[in-house]
Design a protein around this ligand. Structure first.
Ligand code: ARG
Length: 459
């Protein structure tokens, strides 16, 4: 067995079971790029501070580049007995360049190294996720533009409520995604401080320059407190919380589209390219991708929960428990990536069934609230007009008809405030024309929203 890099004080080697149980290289090798980036910045700083020679630094830098090349060519052998990505790379560097490699870990611990890698990795992952959010926003705006003027029933309690423009509904998701992106960017700004040089927990007596490594790695500044620097994973928690909120938004969209694709609704049809069939029922065409978007939100939330529980009992500074932060983080990011991609694909591959929706619109008295507003305009107090329209709806229910089917006499029998202009306020098209408040579903307001997103997203 190879001696461990930390093996000086040990007489016996760890058992195979312990080695298997405690290794992390099988998954933290995903950090290799950031680990090498951090090591290069660290080596350059050490040379600048006179803690290694320029030529030692140059040999280290080109050795690290060579290792990166081998990893990317699939030629690098990851060794479980070398525990994690950090020791695999350091040991491989020693194999490759010999003596100078032994200076790389000067004034550094894996405790500050791993959390530096992790911050760099999270920073990149946020940039990628934000890009995918933008792409989904574009897909939704595009879908809205393809369906200009289409009125759909708006629901509360999943019961018919008021008519809305489909564009308005789709843009409500675009708004949510905008805040999702904002949360990620906020969390990136807060995480962008450099732990490197905190060493094990206490910093070092060696003359390092933490501002130099922080700058080289494009952090805002070095972290002020070395204990804090190695202790906390709040930045991962924030990222996982932000991802969980994205997941919930996408899950709700998934639920809505799955519902709308049902025979009972029939409001939308996914194309074959985003549907799957049944192994037994030959007629089936299922909207599986959006069901899975809904389903996978569970594991994104699960990852957040895992990390919350992981962190809650830890005393300050590094504890090995923290190694367990990576798999939930990687899984959350991977899952959110897929969810965002697939939802955008779905958006490009569904058709709203205008005729079917048109046929569904008369049911449910979607125009009742607009009718109540009509009476308000005639000077009737709202509570009174609510009651009058309620009685008008009851009449419709008893006759199995719509409000617009009632005659002026019917209406005036209920209340004399009704006049013959009332028919201008009935029916979903009339209703939608009447909405005018800022942010409402009125055609003009929705056009402004579309214009806003088209220019903001550069469509
Ligand atoms: N693989 C470890 C982790 O991911 C690296 C830090 C280990 N530090 C230590 N002192 N054992 O947390």
């Amino acid at each position: 067995k190879e001696a461990k890099l930390w093996g000086g004080r040990f007489e016996d080697s760890v058992t195979d079971a312990v080695e298997r149980f405690s290794e992390s290289v099988s998954y933290d090798k995903a950090l290799y790029k950031h680990d090498i980036m951090g090591s290069k910045a660290h080596a350059s700083m050490l040379a600048h501070q006179g803690l290694m020679s320029e030529s030692e630094k140059d040999i280290i830098l080109s050795g690290l580049d060579e290792i990166k090349k081998r990893i990317e060519a699939g030629e690098f052998v990851w060794r479980t007995d070398r525990e994690d990505v950090h020791m695999n790379i350091e040991a491989a560097l020693t194999d490759l360049i010999g003596e100078p490699a032994k200076k790389l870990h000067t004034a550094r611990s894996r405790n500050d190294q791993v959390v530096t890698d992790l911050r760099l990795w999270c920073r990149d992952s946020i940039d990628k996720t934000v890009k995918l959010i933008r792409q989904l926003q574009v897909a939704l705006v595009n879908l809205a533009q393809k369906n200009e003027g289409l009125i759909v029933p708006g629901y509360t309690h999943l019961q018919r409520a008021q008519p809305v423009l489909l564009q308005h509904l789709l843009l409500s998701y675009v708004e949510q995604l905008e805040r999702d992106a904002g949360r990620l960017v906020d969390c990136k700004d807060r995480m962008n401080f450099c732990p490197l040089g905190a060493c094990a927990l206490a910093g070092t007596g060696l003359p390092i320059n933490r501002f130099m490594t922080s700058d080289a790695l494009a952090f805002t500044a070095p972290m002020r407190n070395s204990i804090d620097a190695v202790s906390d994973r709040d930045f991962v928690l924030e990222l996982l919380a932000a991802n969980s909120i994205i997941a919930i938004h996408l899950s709700r969209l998934g639920e809505e589209w799955v519902l709308w694709a049902s025979e009972e609704f029939g409001f939308l049809t996914p194309s074959d390219s985003v549907s799957t069939g049944s192994s037994i029922m030959p007629q089936k065409k299922n909207p599986d991708p959006m069901e899975l978007v809904r389903g996978k939100s569970a594991r994104v939330i699960g990852s957040l929960t895992t990390l919350l529980v992981l962190c809650k009992g830890l005393p300050q500074a590094y504890n090995r428990d923290l190694q367990e932060d990576k798999e939930p983080l990687f899984d959350s990011v991977r899952t959110i990536t897929g969810m965002l991609e697939v939802t955008a694909e779905f958006a490009y591959n569904i058709t709203f069934n205008h005729a079917r929706i048109q046929k569904a619109l008369p049911a449910g008295h979607l125009d009742a609230t607009t009718l109540a507003d009509y009476l308000v305009n005639k000077g009737v107090p709202f509570r009174t007009s609510h009651d009058i329209v309620g009685r008008s709806v009851a009449l419709c229910v008893s006759r199995n008809c719509q409000l617009s089917d009632l005659t002026l006499n019917d209406l005036q029998d209920i209340n004399s405030a009704f006049e013959d202009d009332v028919y201008d306020f009935l029916g979903v098209e009339n209703c939608v024309r009447k909405f005018r408040s800022y942010g409402s579903t009125g055609s003009e307001c929705v056009r402004e929203q579309i214009n806003y997103w088209v220019s903001k997203l550069g469509i």
